[in-house]
Design a binder for this molecule. Structure first.
Ligand code: ZN
Length: 443
């Protein structure tokens, strides 16, 4: 009984001592920086505790908070109090809040900072001043002001009590300012060392789910840091991956376990029975057109692009002409059935599309000069392969991609994608199926 009383009274004295120790006093005396890392935080508490348990070293005297000449458990008590209640410091580094105005990041450094609405990707810089645990913000160029009381829980958590509007809980993320690269907004499908996963990314937040594992799903937010991207799950557990942007629609992540995951943006919309992927009308063995669909000829845009390409080739003494452009559903049916009668279905499927599955029905595809292997040995074939992307076309069924496109190499068949998309697909070295991460096979 007597012993308990003694501990209580010492603790009461310790609390008084703790209140008297200001953060400035700590800094001036380096008292509290038990691990000598020039910061006073909960890591020092670990060092102090280890020292008392004879499990580690500590600089002489830096743990003797109550100045009684002994480093012992009473110093730990004072230190806890200090961290929990008497801390009067300005936040620095990057923090995350989730429960006030959506998910947002705050970065603070020396009176300046910025916050990011993680869902929209919008960000705004601010100046701030701190006095008596109250922060006064001046936002952006408009100079709007806001104020919040800051209530420290410990050095990893604090609350902002926003004036009249409510409380926001903030959790420490990292010492540095976060980087604001272009957000990855979009719907992505992955391949690589993991089974297929789907990522729906909005600004700096998102969700994912695995294709085959019901339990493998979750929400996260993320930020960039150097060449890395850091994902933070709902429990604020961080996972880092090396980030490499490949092009507009692709990036790679190498996770810390060494596994690589390839991300392909793939946004599918279906309108009037027609499938568009990232805005590109898709027809192959997987994706068909309705039988009544047909522009009746090359679309005006495709025709104009062909004319431009034809003129450019002519200036180099080469002759390009369309030997087969638009083909209707019914015409394709006649054509395909004649090939099946002649060569059998399996062979016909390698070079002729089933009705509804021909790109020629779109009015966006054309066979140039002659739809035969003899075309390959002409200077026009070489010119087309090298230059058609400049006019918005791609060689739709390239050599070596037969298992992806579902068709044998057709150097004469071009598909209009528009200049931006054609350039991206050309530069990727991928066929369209690979570029969009889609299949081409009859079901
Ligand atoms: Zn063709």
């Amino acid at each position: 009984m007597k012993l308990i009383y003694r501990i209580l009274s010492v603790t009461a004295a310790a609390v008084t001592a703790a209140v008297m120790i200001t953060s400035n006093a700590f800094a001036a005396e380096h008292r509290g920086d038990c691990n000598n890392d020039k910061a006073v935080n909960s890591k020092d508490l670990l060092t102090l505790s280890s020292f008392i348990l004879n499990e580690g070293d500590m600089c002489e005297g830096c743990g003797d908070f109550n100045g009684d000449g002994v480093v012992n458990v009473y110093d730990v008590v004072i230190y806890r109090r200090y961290l929990a209640h008497t801390l009067s410091i300005v936040p620095s580094g990057t923090w995350i809040g989730r429960d006030f105005d959506g998910t947002r990041f705050f970065s603070f450094k020396d009176g300046y900072g910025h916050y990011v609405n993680a869902e929209t990707g919008d960000s705004m810089g601010f100046d701030f001043t701190a006095e008596d645990n109250e922060l006064e913000f001046t936002l952006g160029t408009a100079g709007t002001t806001a104020a919040a009381d800051i209530i420290w829980k410990n050095d990893l958590f604090f609350d902002f009590e926003w004036r009249d509007t409510g409380c926001e809980h903030l959790t420490f993320l990292c010492e540095d300012d976060i980087e604001l690269n272009e957000p990855l907004t979009g719907f992505y499908v992955t391949g690589g060392d993991y089974s297929v996963r789907y990522f729906d990314i909005k600004g700096y937040t998102g969700s994912y789910r695995a294709r085959f594992d019901e339990n493998d799903k979750g929400n996260y937010c993320y930020y960039f840091r150097g060449n890395n991207i850091v994902f933070i799950d709902e429990k604020n557990y961080a996972k880092k991956a090396a980030f490499t942007r490949i092009d507009r629609d692709h990036f790679d992540l190498v996770w810390e376990n060494g596994k690589t995951e390839h991300f392909t943006r793939r946004e599918v919309t279906v309108k009037d029975g027609i499938t568009y992927i990232n805005g590109i009308l898709i027809v192959n063995k997987t994706y068909a057109l309705p039988s009544n669909y047909g522009p009746g000829g090359l679309t005006p845009e495709t025709q104009a692009a062909f004319n431009e390409m034809q003129a450019a080739a002519a200036s180099e003494g080469l002759s390009l002409k369309v030997c087969s452009g638009f083909r209707s559903y019914d015409y394709q049916a006649t054509l395909y059935n004649s090939y099946v009668a002649r060569d059998g279905k399996a062979k016909a499927d390698t070079f002729s599309a089933r009705p509804g599955h021909s790109e020629h029905q779109t009015g966006l595809a054309a066979d140039i000069n002659m739809a035969s292997d003899a075309f390959l040995n002409t200077p026009e074939a070489a010119w087309l392969a090298e230059n058609c992307w400049k006019y918005g076309f791609i060689i739709r069924y390239p050599k070596g991609k037969e298992d992806k496109t579902g068709y044998k190499y057709e150097p004469w068949h071009v598909r209009y994608l528009g200049k931006e998309n054609a350039k991206l697909v050309y530069e990727s070295g991928l066929c369209l199926e690979e570029y969009l991460s889609i299949a081409s096979s009859y079901s």
